[in-house]
Design a protein around this ligand. Structure first.
Ligand code: ATP
Length: 237
């Protein structure tokens, strides 16, 4: 076998291949470390996405929490100024903090007005959230992160599925989700109002590469998470 400096012929070919592959990914806009797999978590409201994300993190994954980013974006001065112009002082509490509960009542109102206000809110915050997600993906891709969980309830609605390698749907019957979100003080009507603004759950389920049944206890869910992890480890050696 011919030797190219420190490389054997086969490892030289592999190195050139890896280099060309990384150039290709960068050229088409995916400026990411290709050894990092991005897993998108989807599912109904209160299905257990955050719970499952935490389980993946316990196994060694990192997480981007789109809800948290959304909350941070709502704290921005320029966003709050526009919010005040649009909805007035009623969406702010006496400390000047944006009251997300009141805002939710406005944008998830089942009337045409509610739809219009939700469109306005999305128009305002989604580009900022997308930018922040992109920034975090880039940061993780520059670290030694191998598995990144994108926990984003509106992942499909915002077409972020183009940024993930695999989609995991967290499956739980509606009755269980009602019971679990009631612990947050939500009524089933509040759950419906939010859910009606999202893509149909059956469609989301069909789009997924993996389905985790989170209707049982936490140990049963963890077992399923570990099985997916083992599969990923086999692929991503
Ligand atoms: P959201 O759609 O609002 O972001 P989510 O899908 O992230 O919610 P979680 O917050 O993870 O859902 O879970 C909702 C509630 O259900 C939480 O109180 C959580 O502790 C509880 N929960 C999640 N999974 C289980 C389980 N397997 N058994 C019992 N309780 C659970």
């Amino acid at each position: 076998m011919r030797i190219y400096g420190l490389f054997s012929e086969s490892s030289f070919v592999l190195t050139v291949f890896e280099f060309l592959k990384s150039v290709y990914w960068r050229t088409i806009g995916f400026d990411i470390n290709i050894s990092m797999l991005i897993l998108g978590l989807i599912g109904g409201i209160g299905s257990g996405k955050s719970t499952v994300a935490e389980m993946f993190c316990q196994l060694g994954a990192e997480q981007i929490d789109a809800d948290r980013i959304g909350h941070e974006v709502l704290q921005r001065h320029e966003v709050q100024t526009i919010a005040r112009n649009r909805w007035g002082d009623r969406v702010f509490d006496h400390n000047g903090q944006l009251n997300r509960k009141i805002l939710a009542q406005i944008v998830f109102d089942p009337s045409e007005t509610g739809c219009e206000e939700l469109r306005f809110l999305n128009f305002l915050v989604h580009p900022l959230i997308t930018q922040k997600i992109e920034d975090q993906i880039r940061q993780f891709s520059e670290s030694d992160c191998r598995y990144l969980i994108l926990n984003a309830p509106l992942l499909l609605e915002n077409h972020w599925e183009q940024r993930v390698n695999s989609l995991i749907f967290v499956d739980v019957p509606r009755s269980t989700r009602i019971a679990r979100t009631q612990k947050r003080g939500w009524t089933s009507a509040e759950l419906d109002a939010r859910e009606n603004s999202q893509q149909n759950l059956q469609e989301k389920r069909r789009t997924a590469n993996w389905i985790i049944d989170n209707s049982g206890n936490l140990d049963e869910t963890l077992d399923q998470v570990k099985k997916i992890w083992q599969n990923l480890e086999t692929w991503n050696r």
